[in-house]
Design a protein around this ligand. Structure first.
Ligand code: 3Y8
Ligand code: NAP
Length: 270
């Protein structure tokens, strides 16, 4: 691939994005990594890294054109819906191929006690009732939503210490960034006498440990479903993403221009 013209922008912030970044660096491919700047010290990457938003879809399209980006890979989290929608629109505006590297959703296995919630608001509503001891494994961005159910004791797991007062009268915050392991999460749930886990259907391995721990302890899980995503080419692992990059770079090369000559790759599945 390194003998084909390419300059890849990788939108990151997940375990899979970091794995793809390592693969691209090992192959000497021209690529750069992008974080939103959500946390104080994001994981260092083996690629040149930029941090911060682009200024909406138009800002991203301008960045793609100004920087001569030839391939856009959206390896953001399944709940990063705005970024993913912007990526589809910007790739189309800039006329470059887009691939989403996204992990399949988790599905319940034998012994799991899951209740699905279509979104965060439904999860909040589902917590109506007498006080419980709830692990909110949702990070920081949705804490205020749960102020509507102040009767519970909340165990919060956050990447960074809260920068503002937490709007939950009875809570305990654990600062940890994952990826997590089953023994650690089992001990955490036991130590805090948790009787319900609330989490997003993130998929992947980095956040799965708490589900295995909940199953071992016979605890119920309130599983928030993913937001809808626009149609785009998708890969579920690094090898499939590398194959797509190889094919689209070859296609661009035979088309005689840079990747800008390629029509955005929008078929599902690669
Ligand atoms: C800033 C970049 C890697 C990537 C690691 C994965 C695994 C650990 C599990 C729990 C669930 C949660 C949260 C979580 C996980 C991985 C992955 C994943 C969940 C980092 C990271 C950034 C973020 C942003 C952060 C959110 C928050 C969500 C915590 C890096 C560590 C709950 C999502 O404080 C904040 O504002 C945090 C915001 C978005 C969701 C929220 O609503 O608060 N992730 N997480 C990225 C950026 O700036 O662009 O520092 O490495 C990445 C990872 N978080 O390479 O090892 O791949 O999913 N992240 C969820 O999935 O439910 C924790 O506690 O069990
Ligand atoms: P989001 O709501 O979809 O995006 C909000 C805005 O943040 C985007 O419009 C964009 O700003 C900026 N942005 C998001 N991801 C970016 C990236 N990788 N590089 C540059 N700008 C980015 O996103 P989010 O849910 O806040 O997620 C932010 C980051 O955390 C992403 O990298 C995501 O992969 C990671 N993450 C999120 C979750 C989660 O639960 N949401 C979990 C784990 C990791 P502009 O419009 O200005 O371009």
């Amino acid at each position: 691939m390194s003998d084909l013209a390419h300059d890849i922008l990788l939108l990151g912030g997940t375990t899979e994005a970091s794995a793809l970044a390592r693969a691209l660096a090992e192959r000497g491919m021209k690529a750069r990594f992008s974080y939103a700047g959500r946390v104080d010290t994001p994981r260092p990457q083996p690629l040149p890294t930029r941090v911060g938003g682009f200024g909406g879809a138009e800002g991203l399209a301008r960045y793609l054109a100004d920087e001569g980006i030839t391939h856009l890979v959206d390896a953001t989290h399944p709940f990063a819906a705005r970024m993913s929608a912007n990526a589809v629109a910007a790739a189309r505006m800039a006329g470059i191929p887009l691939l989403a590297l996204t992990r399949p959703p988790w599905s319940a296995e034998a012994g799991d006690r899951w209740q699905d919630a279509p979104d965060i608001a439904a999860a909040v509503a589902a917590l109506a009732g007498p006080p419980r001891r709830v692990m909110l494994a949702l990070g920081r961005m949705h804490l205020a939503d749960f102020a509507a159910q102040p009767q519970h004791h909340y165990l919060l797991r956050l990447v960074d210490p809260p920068s503002a007062p937490v709007p939950l009268p009875d809570h305990h915050a654990v600062i940890d960034r994952g990826p997590f392991d089953v023994d650690g999460d089992t001990e955490l749930l036991r130590r805090h006498r948790i009787d319900l886990v609330v989490c997003k259907n993130a998929g992947g391995e980095g956040a799965r440990a708490k589900l295995v721990a909940a199953r071992k302890l016979g605890l119920p899980v309130l599983m928030v479903q993913r937001p809808a995503q626009p149609a785009r080419a998708e890969a579920h692992d690094v090898d499939a993403a590398l194959g797509w990059l190889q094919r689209t770079a070859a296609r661009c090369a035979t088309a005689g221009g840079g990747a800008h000559a390629a029509s955005p790759d929008t078929e599902r599945g690669v």
